[in-house]
Design a protein around this ligand. Structure first.
Ligand code: T1G
Length: 693
């Protein structure tokens, strides 16, 4: 049973029971329809609808998208609820989202518990509320609030919903009891059905201005702007015609690649941390953490742990270093306090009790896990690990935050390689959601499970990686950055490439990101790799010349751009370096179309990603997608590089790579996995599905 029917005196109660989130799959919709019909047939005076378990309906069943629609449809059901001849009361708790909130708007009255949240997250799936939400919500809240709720996709709390008139009452208690009491109150008042659709549409607003503002924020995503068009229809058309227009626009979005990309991201985010081979493996308890190094990364990691309730001992080399680290953490916590992530009491407790900054490794003796975030140099890391091995208690986990280096080599400096793991955080570590859990050849299963458990506790999206230079994200970035540099030498400019990438949906172009992170990091990495390079490799050097001139990006005020005024401007010192290198190499520059720049850049990214999956560094294609989405700003509506590749078509992509290989066979060696998938007519998503079986 997914909808239970009960009579409480003369009030019919429909209780949803479809764990885990009471998604409005076909059985639930049919159950509601049957319940509404039965209630009226049995002479009920009112109907109360509520959700058993953790929540009211959390929306349509996303797994049904793309499959043939089964009646009753959600829009049709909302209309049926609303057409009831007796009052229908929604008693909400948990998360009333999307189609769930649309069902509530189809009801005549709405009551919620104080902890309830409600919203329209459809835009995060590349869609819009397609069951009357764009037509009913404005009639309740007005256009400004309706546009904000629907285009942001952000949920609001019960109190705000009450202010907006989205709910009529907010009371503590059990949803069923609240619903029954409210129904009886309404009946005593002689209140009848109150259909939202019969409320007048509010005064029209400047929808063109609204669309322009939404489009600016959407950065290429379609659904927010189309959602405003649907909302606008409610100001121009009668309700039924408005519904039809909403349906037309909804179905147009259902057909888009962006809908496929965003739903892929939704399910991948939940799939990626599942490690079937760790089933039954108990993670070790981690309540106290040691952090070595109090720079930006170390302080960020310490902050993330402190905010998650762990105690932290941070070790710096000197007292001044320890003080500076504490100041960085205090600044991070002040930001969390300002953003409402913690209250003053928690802030003070963290700073005064949970955090210790010291210089003596002996202070690490009780730590359950110790992570180093010291200078990215193998010798330095080996020295640190040898010292940790000497002071850490038995069973303590020793982690490295290295972003490129060989974890297995680091592990050799300890007597406990099974307790060594990589936990690669992304800066700022207390904000960025991505965590690469790097598994060494000897890392014990419960240590891997501990890494994932810690990631979950810190609110991270953890992705498992094998050991290779740069793991998943940085290895890919090294390749597509090299591709970009090749295009610059051949005739493009960093500024054209950045613009193309921003138009594709990246928040920042690759070169601007380099300026933000610090060009000296990439420079040091290229120097480290220089002796390892294959002689066939085409190694651009203009970027090194920029660093040799002291231009490290934002931290020095100059990099690819100059950061003096409010807006960054191109640095005129850059192209002369490129032209000098072209001259030295005898390159005659040619023009690149924006389309070719994007195609080559993405082909390089996909090809390297396919190698990473093929070598088993990433377990599934969706793991690579999640790294790109959660750590490298890949536009979510494209689903990640390998989802994007599937949607583009792998055969054509492989053909392009083979044609580029005619210029540079080494750089453009096709990934064996890509060739295999094309030969078999399969996709990266087929691999994701096979892994889920
Ligand atoms: N459909 C199908 N499965 C869903 C689901 C949904 N709507 N929501 C969650 N799940 C699965 C999820 O994949 C996971 O599965 C399990 O439930 C627990 O989820 C017409 C078109 C409700 C805030 O977008 O935001 O209505 O991994 O791990 O962290 O206008 O789930 O265990 O197998 O996320 O406690 C609109 C999406 C749909 C809400 C709970 N609704 N869900 O978070 O648990 S479109 C949404 C969430 C729509 C109408 C339109 C969250 C949550 P598994 P979880 P959680």
């Amino acid at each position: 049973m997914t909808i239970h029917f009960e009579m409480h005196d003369d009030i019919a109660v429909l209780a949803a029971d479809n764990p885990p989130v009471n998604a409005l799959g076909w059985a639930v919709r049919q159950g509601l329809l049957d319940g509404i019909t039965r209630a009226q047939a049995e002479g009920a005076k009112a109907i109360v609808i509520y959700g058993r378990g953790r929540t009211w309906f959390a929306g349509a069943d996303i797994r049904e998208f793309g499959k043939p629609l089964q009646e009753p449809s959600l829009p049709g059901l909302c209309n049926l609820v609303e057409a009831c001849k007796i009052p229908v009361i929604a008693a909400m708790h948990g998360t009333a989202l999307g189609g769930g909130l649309e069902i509530a708007l189809g009801c005549h009255y709405r009551i919620a518990v104080p902890t309830a949240k409600m919203g329209f997250p459809e835009v995060h799936l590349g869609l819009l509320p397609g069951a009357g939400g764009t037509q009913r919500l404005p009639r309740v809240t007005g256009y400004e609030q309706a546009i904000s709720l629907i285009t942001s996709g952000r949920p609001i709390g019960a109190a705000k919903a009450l202010d907006l008139g989205l709910v009529d009452k907010v009371e503590a208690g059990e949803p069923l009891a609240l619903g029954l009491a409210y129904a009886r109150e309404l009946l005593a008042q002689g209140a009848g059905p109150r259909p939202v659709s019969q409320m007048p549409a509010p005064e029209a607003i400047d929808f063109d201005a609204a669309k322009a503002a939404v489009a600016k924020k959407a950065r290429g995503q379609l659904s927010p702007v189309v959602a405003v068009e649907a909302i606008e229809a409610s100001s121009k058309l009668a309700f039924a015609e408005g519904l039809a227009e909403e349906r037309r626009l909804f179905m147009s979005l259902m057909e888009t690649d962006q809908r496929q990309g965003m739903i892929h991201a939704f399910f991948s985010e939940r799939q990626v941390s599942k490690q079937p081979d760790l089933a039954g493996v108990s993670p070790r308890d981690i309540n106290s953490m040691g952090v070595i190094g109090g720079g930006t990364m170390g302080a960020g990691i310490a902050t993330a742990a402190l905010l998650a309730g762990l105690s932290v001992v941070l070790i710096e080399m000197t007292d001044d270093g320890a003080k500076a680290a504490k100041a960085r953490i205090a600044s991070n916590l002040a930001g969390a306090l300002k953003r409402g992530k913690i209250d003053q009491a928690k802030h003070d407790a963290i700073l005064n009790e949970a955090l210790t900054c010291a210089t003596d490794y002996a202070a690490l003796g009780e730590a359950d896990l110790i992570i180093e975030a010291v200078f990215e140099d193998m010798d330095v890391k080996k020295q640190v690990f040898a010292k940790l091995d000497a002071v850490a208690k038995p069973g303590a986990i020793l982690a490295s935050n290295t972003s490129y280096l060989n974890l297995d080599e680091i592990a050799t400096t300890t007597s406990r390689p099974a307790d060594v793991i990589g936990l690669h955080f992304f800066s700022p570590a207390h904000v960025m959601k991505l965590l690469e859990v790097v598994v060494g050849a000897q890392t014990a299963p419960e240590v891997i499970a501990s890494g994932f458990a810690l990631g979950k506790r810190l609110g991270k999206t953890s992705v498992r990686s094998g050991v290779c230079d740069g793991f998943i994200g940085n290895r890919m970035m090294f390749t597509y950055r090299t591709c970009a540099d090749h295009m610059v030498l051949d005739g493009a400019t960093p500024y054209q490439i950045d613009r193309v990438l921003e138009e594709f949906g990246f928040a920042m172009g690759l070169f601007a990101v380099g300026d933000l992170a610090g060009l000296d990091i990439g420079w040091a990495n290229r120097k480290r790799l220089a002796p390892l390079r294959d002689p066939q490799e085409r190694v651009p050097t203009y970027a090194d010349k920029l660093c040799e001139a002291g231009h490290y990006g934002q931290k020095t005020g100059r990099g690819y751009y100059i950061y003096e005024g409010r807006a960054k401007v191109e640095n005129p010192d850059v192209m002369p370096l490129v032209e000098a290198e072209r001259l030295e190499l005898g390159i005659t520059p040619r023009s690149f179309s924006d389309a070719e720049i994007l195609r080559r850049y993405m082909a390089a990214m996909v090809n390297e990603a396919a190698k990473i999956v093929g070598e088993g560094i990433a377990r599934r294609p969706l793991d690579v997608d999640m790294v790109s989405l959660m750590g490298y700003g890949f536009p979510r509506y494209n689903g990640g590089p390998l989802k994007w590749a599937d949607l583009q078509g792998l055969p054509a992509l492989l053909d392009d790579i083979k044609s580029y290989a005619k210029e540079d066979a080494f750089f453009w060696t096709p990934a064996p996995l890509l060739e295999q998938l094309v030969a078999q007519g399969r996709t990266f998503d087929d691999l994701n599905k096979e892994a889920a079986q």
